[in-house]
Design a binder for this molecule. Structure first.
Ligand code: DX5
Ligand code: ZN
Length: 217
């Protein structure tokens, strides 16, 4: 299966957002990753609906929305209305995760659950059959350009093995510190969707950085 590249808008130049969205439109990017942070679940505030809608206005690729917010149920419909293709909620924020996942699907979006670096993959065992995607965090969420956590490889393999039994078409996304030095090993571990912020937007040639990730084997 071909892997997917989802550059993270968080690392874009917000004063030139249309330019950066068009760069992604004209690149080999598959999705655009939208990081929503509330300053409560994570120690940072990113952006909200006005920025996401501005991206949606120009984006020709699906918006992969990553909610790093407490009580995400309150905002699922608003993110679906703002143009989300997929919605990822954090396991750590959802006491009624099954209900939340069904709500995302009823809104017509792909349903995805993220786990923080310390969260045991086995906690997904009873929800994995209902999901379109699992997002394995490879940094502690909250900021771009952090150091990749090596234990992520093991976790990806665990998720992949769990999904083989009940949900073989599950997408496994990895987010945080992904670059050309680790993408091949992440693929070998079982990931097939790659978020990349800093490694794309800090590159001198961003389109080429996306192409390199897309063409990695
Ligand atoms: C981290 C965010 C990531 C971040 C990735 O909390 O969820 O999506 O933008 O950025 P890099 O690729 O720079 O680690
Ligand atoms: Zn993210």
């Amino acid at each position: 299966m071909n892997h997917l590249i989802a550059p993270s808008i968080l690392a874009a130049d917000f004063a030139n957002l249309q330019r950066d969205v068009e760069m992604m439109n004209n690149s080999q990017a598959d999705w655009m990753h939208i990081d929503i942070m509330d300053g409560m679940f994570v120690p940072n505030i990113s952006f909200g609906f006005p920025v996401m809608k501005a991206v949606k206005k120009y984006a020709t690729k699906p918006l992969d929305v990553h909610l790093m917010i407490v009580d995400p149920d309150r905002y699922l419909k608003a993110f679906a209305d703002a143009g989300a293709y997929s919605i990822t909620v954090h396991y750590e924020t959802c006491p009624h995760l099954h209900r939340t996942v069904q709500a995302i699907k009823e809104l017509g979006c792909k349903a995805s659950v993220a786990i923080n670096p310390h969260t045991n993959t086995l906690l997904l065992k009873d929800i994995i059959a209902d999901l379109d995607m699992v997002l394995v965090m490879s940094v502690n969420p909250g900021f771009g350009a952090q150091k990749f956590i090596e234990h992520t490889y093991t976790k990806i393999t665990e998720v992949k093995e769990m999904s083989a039994l009940t949900n073989p078409h599950l997408n496994v996304e990895v987010d945080g510190g992904v670059d050309i030095s680790n993408i091949s090993r992440l693929m070998a571990a079982g990931a097939n969707v790659f978020v990349a912020g800093n490694s794309v937007f800090s590159a001198a040639n961003q389109t080429e950085a996306i192409a390199q990730l897309k063409n990695a084997k």
